[in-house]
Design a protein around this ligand. Structure first.
Ligand code: 4AD
Ligand code: MG
Length: 501
């Protein structure tokens, strides 16, 4: 009796020419007369398993297996350059574990809504699993970055009595008959921890009732926030820059196969090196008004139009081929290609429609308003590396930010925009550490001071300059994976209009 060693697909290279057993799921199957190819995945990777008619019962079992049924399978490992992953299993036995009848996600094309409604199953497709793996690697790197630099992790509460980032985006919760809110940030609590421990960070779910359906907004997202005693604006910019470089390096070191599967252009990530370009808000406004940006937008528009024509022509060709295709596998393949191309064309059409609007947005942007999604897209496409924008108008930023000593209309803040049009991934600032200045700002904003007395205590007892920032996990994952929409970066997205599964 041969002894089959239980292993995983990721480990197969260590077992070439030896008998192994795997446990997984069937994600695809091809039959070619005297042989069945089972495409098996086990969470660590995918492997082609070859069952020949000589295998007897295994062959019969393999023929009966359906998509996404689970199985045990054993056989000999063979190195084969042509096989996806480089190894194949020459199957001696198959044991079905759980069957799967009419798995809803087939090889036929599906719309995003359908896939989102089946998110619990959609996660099994290699693309979605790859995104989750990149997310995991990035979260590990986020923690490691701070852990290795003397930061203490401090968990801040999720149920909070007041707003920190504007009352407009609060989710309220009934707390023993009192109205409280889901945390928009851990920052205020983190500031007190920084006065105890010096360097701290929190990492948790964050909630914003954003009433907009954009590709950048979630109602529930994860944010990592460092807070540093005695740090001033230039220190914060340096920390943010080093942090982003570290995250990109981690992805390039540990996620090459996933990024390849996602067809991410890694040269764009390899270009992310310190120092990052840095402009003030006022310089960013000048840039938006400049001829350089205008010219860039016109060129991008023309490029979009050319791409559109090329894709339309390709679609016509594919549709003509589909009309005459005889074999069902040809038809399926063409259907998938046509569906994918139509999706690309639809996205491009959206972008084309937005072009004149972008040009307007840049030209008409007025000093004093907040940079919105459009302006961020324009600015972050202009630079190869992430862009740091500092010193925004005080009026558009949160109450806790410290005003600029030379120009009280501005605050000492920094936002970082990811390149390639991804927009803001980091928001941070130096905090107002002076009691009287903070109280008068809060009064100007019409805030009730009572729920913030504890926060004001930090300014009463040994106040020091300090600051920090928050990085949005999902926006960072979207950028690094090169995804157009944020909804695929989190296992179960919560957005306006989506709460299930
Ligand atoms: O700029 P924000 O609002 O900053 C803060 O919350 C500060 N209290 C952070 C701090 O200084 N400790 O948010 C920080 C980041 C944004 O840059 C963005 O990446 C992400 O959080 N973010 C969102 N991500 C997804 N969906 C949303 N609705 C988001 N709102 C903010
Ligand atoms: Mg922000």
């Amino acid at each position: 009796m041969t002894n089959y060693t239980m292993t995983t697909i990721a480990q197969l290279s260590a077992y070439v020419g030896r008998p192994v057993a795997l446990r997984g799921w069937l994600y695809g199957k091809r039959s070619g007369g005297k042989v069945v190819f089972l495409l098996v995945r086990d969470g660590t990777g995918g492997c082609q398993c070859v069952v020949s008619a000589d295998a007897g019962a295994a062959f019969t079992a393999a023929q009966a297996l359906t998509q996404e049924s689970s199985l045990h399978i054993h056989g000999m490992v063979r190195a084969d350059e042509r096989a996806p992953g480089g190894y194949e299993l020459e199957v001696a036995g198959v044991t079905p574990v759980g069957d799967a009848v009419d798995y809803p996600i087939t090889r036929k094309p599906h719309g995003v809504d359908f896939l989102m409604n089946h998110r619990h199953l959609w996660l099994r497709t290699p693309r979605q699993a790859a995104i989750l793996r990149v997310r995991h690697v990035l979260i590990q790197a986020m923690r490691r970055f701070f852990d290795e630099r003397g930061f203490t992790l401090v968990d801040t509460p999720i149920l909070t009595p007041g707003a920190a980032e504007g009352a407009g985006t609060l989710f309220s919760v009934d707390y023993f008959e009192d109205e409280v809110y889901l945390a928009q940030t851990g920052q205020l609590y983190l500031e007190s921890a920084a006065m105890a421990l010096g360097r701290v960070y929190c990492f948790g779910p964050t909630f914003r009732a954003e009433k907009s359906k954009t590709r950048r907004h979630l109602a529930e997202f994860w944010m990592v926030e460092p807070e540093i005693a005695y740090a001033e604006l230039p220190d914060l910019v340096q920390w943010a820059e080093a942090f982003i470089v570290y995250l990109v390096e981690a992805a390039l070191t540990h996620c090459r196969p996933e990024l390849a599967l996602l067809e991410r252009d890694c040269t764009r990530l390899e270009a992310v090196k310190a120092p990052f370009p840095r402009v003030t808000y006022s310089e960013a406004v000048d840039l938006l008004h400049s001829d350089v940006i205008h010219e860039e937008l016109q060129q991008a528009w023309a490029a979009d139009r050319r791409q559109f024509e090329a894709w339309r022509a390709r679609l016509e060709t594919l549709e003509a081929e589909r009309a005459t295709a005889r074999k069902s596998w040809q038809q399926e393949k063409l259907d998938r290609a046509i569906h994918a191309l139509r999706e690309d064309i639809r996205t491009l059409e959206e972008s084309l429609r937005a072009r004149p609007h972008y040009i307007e947005a840049a030209r008409n942007f007025t000093w004093g308003t907040d940079l919105g999604g459009d302006e961020e897209t324009i600015l972050s496409r202009h630079f190869e590396r992430p862009l740091v924008i500092t010193e925004y108008p005080r009026a558009v930023k949160a109450f806790y930010m410290k005003p600029h000593p030379d120009d009280p209309r501005l605050v000492l803040n920094c936002d970082v925009l990811a390149p390639e049009g991804y927009g803001e991934i980091i928001g941070g600032s130096q905090r107002e550490e002076d009691l009287d200045a903070l109280v008068s700002r809060m009064q100007q904003e019409g805030m009730d001071l009572a729920p913030y007395e504890w926060y004001l205590d930090l300014r009463r007892y040994g106040t020091v300059p300090h600051g920090g920032f928050g990085l949005g996990v999902e926006r960072t994952v979207a950028w690094i994976c090169g995804l157009r929409h944020i909804r695929e970066t989190i296992p179960f997205p919560r957005m306006m209009g989506r709460m299930t599964p």
